[in-house]
Design a protein around this ligand. Sequence first.
Ligand SMILES: [Zn+2]
Ligand SMILES: [Zn+2]
Length: 374
Amino acid sequence: MEVASSSETFSPQVHVQGFVDEAVKTLDVSDLYSKRDILKSVTYAAAMGVSIETVDELKSVCSMETLKCPLEDVHRDAAEVPTGTELVTLGLRKRYLDSKPNINKNCKFTVLSWNQEHAYQDVKPPPEREVKPQSAVLQVAVFHPSKKNRQKHKGKRMRLAQEYRVLGYQKLTDLRDAITCIADHTIAGEYSERPCNVPDIRAKDIYKSAYFFIENVFYNDLRYEDNRDLSKNVREWKQNKHEGKGSYTTQNMEDVKFNDLHIRLGYPYLYCHQGDCEHMIIFKDLRMFHADDCRDEGLYPLMVDRYRFRRQMCRVCATFTAKWVTYDDQLAEESPCFFCDICFKALHYKDQTKLADFEAYPYVDMGIFNIAIV
Ligand SMILES: [Zn+2]
Ligand SMILES: [Zn+2]
């Protein structure tokens, strides 16, 4: 689907399931994969100026199978790492692959998001994990949270954080769980008095509330008992300001599939979590699932793009990634100042006694999102 005209930056409102119904009526989307092969043969035949039968014959005569020696007849699956190997690296590789059941095991290297889309193109999942036929595919761009000091950052472009492909029959909670934001990973608290006792409890483990705001409806994440309706204040404000006219409605995020939504492509919507971490989201594309898409529904929402962060390095050794940030630090030349764990403790403590006045907070580097997501 495309936007209505070049003067408009967003499309008219469209019901996703309505789009699917219309597409199924108009297009023949059954048996996608065998059609793809037939289409390829037709294209090659036209380009070479020969018949389709000749192309098919050439395909079988020149196939990779004909290049094998008799000794190569033993089938070896590249995804199968042999057990009991004496090679340490291969053993470690096997342990890694066994711990990640969803990874594409044919890939030699860890799969990164920017080639994830293509790496998974030819994956043949077990039948129960095949994407359901006649599904809608939506492409959703998630932007970095908007800055609180709007005046200072006025005129700056919004930066893309991640871009996902979701299936129409997936729930909004599937996208909510896939979106990664540094606010979910922070560790709250000041730990200069007890730097060795930092708990491994992240903000996302405590504050699980969130909502999407799409076409005047708040879709709240209320899956857990402690979750709160974060949209309540906004709805009350709207009610008071407009004296009940045009009030917003709410729904549970887990009860809603993308197929149920009415959306405008290109129109900015909102994802809010951790109280006030607000991300603009945009539906960039709505189309039917096709033969070149990843067929494994377990890999959706499929990340197809993301922002690469620059690592925050330790100010002392300039070698390791920062794990601490200090404020009003008598031993540092700047505030805030960043340290790796080793340099932070070596500089600020002797026999576990604090040597100067400062505030210290565990620092989670945004660069962790550059690491492969598998
Ligand atoms: Zn966020
Ligand atoms: Zn360091």
